[in-house]
Design a protein around this ligand. Structure first.
Ligand SMILES: [Cu+2]
Length: 206
């Protein structure tokens, strides 16, 4: 009876050690997931603009300015201003990036109505982010539509590289594969630890 108690005490300690190891692994894996997932959550996003989104203005500014939350990559950048008809272009030149700001000249606007600003920038983490905003011109201007301005890609910039990553601009969620991978890692780690506990030396402890 006394002997039996002593023998069974040994595996119990091993179990505690095993549980402690598992908890260490879980912490490491969770930390790893956070580190891996953070870049996916770190896409640059628009914080303000001129004209302000959904605003109504009587006179259009000479320049469109989109301010993001962080300095943008100066790579592949697109900006288009579409007129009330949804197809005419009113951007006055190529967009440029200065720190967190994208700015582009705006052509003199024509008909009153809703103008839509569509943008596509390369996030600080290298992923493309696109979106749009709109403003309403309340008084017709003297301008007329312009030819669409091609996207600005500095010489030697691999456009495909900017376009290939992260198909969803709205992203921000941890991809499902990360969770699946984490679950697999946890299962394997758990199995290894369990096997180690089960194996244990045959001799009784002190
Ligand atoms: Cu990203």
């Amino acid at each position: 009876m006394r002997l039996g108690n002593r023998v069974s005490a040994v595996p119990r300690n091993r179990l505690l050690v095993g549980l402690f190891r598992i908890s260490q692994i879980v912490v490491a894996v969770v930390f790893g997931i956070l580190v891996l997932a953070t870049p996916a959550n770190a896409h640059s996003f628009l914080v303000s603009s001129t004209p302000v989104n959904d605003s109504s203005i009587a006179n259009a500014p000479a320049e469109i300015v989109l301010e993001f939350n962080e300095p943008l990559d100066t790579g592949f950048t697109e900006l288009a201003v579409l007129g009330p008809d949804g197809s005419s272009h009113w951007e006055g030149g190529k967009p440029s990036i200065t720190g967190p700001d994208l700015s582009a000249p705006l052509a003199r606007l024509g008909p009153a109505g809703k103008y839509t600003v569509q943008y596509r920038v390369v996030s600080a983490d290298g992923h493309p982010v696109s979106g749009s905003l709109a403003f309403t011109l309340t008084q017709p201007g003297p301008g007329s539509a312009v030819p669409a301005v091609p996207a600005s890609a500095p010489p030697g910039t691999p456009v495909a590289a900017a376009q290939m990553a992260a198909p969803s601009a709205t992203g921000g969620e941890v991809p499902v594969w990360v969770w699946i991978a984490a679950a697999v890692v946890l299962l394997i780690a758990g199995a290894l630890v369990a096997a180690r506990i089960g194996r244990g030396p045959d001799r009784p402890g002190s």
